[in-house]
Structures are given as C-alpha cells and as structure tokens.
Write a new protein. Structure first.
Length: 179
C-alpha cells in the first residue's frame, strides 16, 4: 500500500539512496538537494516545504516536495484563474527500480489527498511544472486531472519560451489542478 511518511532517522538513508535513470537525472533534483533547501528555508524563518518519503508498505520508493505559496496579483495563475494561494508540487520522484508499476499514480493521489487537508492554509489549486519532453510525467499528471495551463518557459533561465527555438528539451510547461 502506497503512503506518504515523514522522513525520520529510520528512513533517511533509504531516501538518500533513491536514484533515477540516466535520462531522468536532469528532470528532478535529488533528495539531498530538496532536504538541504528545506533546511535553508527553516533557518531563514520561511514556511518550510512539506517533504515526504513515498513508501510502498515499509519500503521507500520515492519522495515528494510540496510548497505553499501566496501568489502575486500579476502571476500567471492569478491572472488566468484568479488563484490567490496554491500548493506547488516542486519535486516528485519514484526510484528507477519502482517505475512502471503504477506507484507514481498511487503516490500522486496520496499527495493530492494530503493537500486537500490544507496543511498550511486554504488554497485555490495545486500547481506543478515539468519538462515538455517528459511524456511519462505529462501522462501521470493528466491521469490525476491536472490540466496544462498554457504557460511555457525556459526551464534553465525562467525566461519566456520562444516557440521558434529548436532545443525543446529545455521547455518547461505548467499544469494546474483546481481544488
């Protein structure tokens, strides 16, 4: 049974050992990076991200990093959808040896269930992004009712995407699930 669990002394090493295929390494940050970034946010009195180990029974098979954000009035989601607050799925990863077994969808449904409890406050939506060329992730998010927002940008620089570019592997697209 797939569930989200706090990262503890008991599962920390397993979370650190999670790995991706060589092709995926540029698509998601490592678990150590996510935990280090959370530590910096806590030290700077910022709202900490919610980072969980994804477990199947007692085995760690992935992790997720969720944030809570107040949006500015000129943000894309505010302008297009009227969103004021959103939960963001910043990082989501299933270990390479557990991919293709349906765990990603089960885990994403658990993430959405958790977010729907509004752990850090009421929100209008869940937002995420992914590389345009990552068809597996695109299908995963669509399977749990995320809809692409139409926002596309350079995933390396954050600049607006020029549709005439040939290096499509750097295009990042936004997706949203209304709450």
């Amino acid at each position: 049974m797939v569930q989200l669990r706090k990262i503890t002394h008991d599962n920390f090493d397993a979370v650190m050992e999670l790995s991706m295929t060589d092709e995926q390494k540029g698509n998601v940050d490592s678990s150590i990076y996510c935990l280090a970034k959370a530590y910096v946010k806590i030290l700077n009195d910022e709202k900490p991200p919610m980072i969980f180990a994804i477990c199947n029974n007692d085995e760690v098979i992935g992790y997720v990093d969720i944030g809570f954000y107040e949006l500015s009035e000129d943000s894309f989601l505010s302008k297009k959808y009227g969103d004021k607050y959103t939960y963001g799925i910043n990082r989501f990863m299933i270990d390479k040896k557990h991919q293709g077994k349906g765990f990603g969808k089960q885990a994403m449904m658990k993430v959405i269930e958790y977010i729907e409890t509004f752990p850090q406050g009421q929100a209008d939506a869940v937002a995420t992004s992914y590389w345009l060329v990552n068809e597996a992730v695109r299908k995963l998010f669509a399977s749990v009712d995320f809809v692409e927002t139409g926002a596309i940008w350079d995933g390396q620089t954050g600049d607006n995407w020029n549709v005439g570019r040939k290096d499509i592997e750097y295009a990042e697209v936004g997706a949203r699930l209304g709450l």
